[in-house]
Unconditional design. Sequence first.
Length: 102
Amino acid sequence: MARAREPEERAPKSLYRPENQTFLATLRALRKRQKLTQVELAERLGRSQNYVTSAERGVIRLDGLQLRDWCQACGTDLIAWATEVEKVLGGGRKPIRRKPTG
């Protein structure tokens, strides 16, 4: 069986991209703007304080629904949060480099 060829240039995992720090800082800022402690946010989420600190440090990654819950617990929504992230990142999209097939 033939193996698929690896792309010559792989995109870095999102965990290691510099934008990830902006993502995490925006989560923290969202909580702090509402004057919520990690414990208070954890209670609203039905989670532990360790969950909140782990998410804010990037130790665990939030999926889309968890991120939505986080936003709602902080009195906002995904659209407002994503708009803030885009504003901090500059809003411009970097093109994804793909190798032509063929």
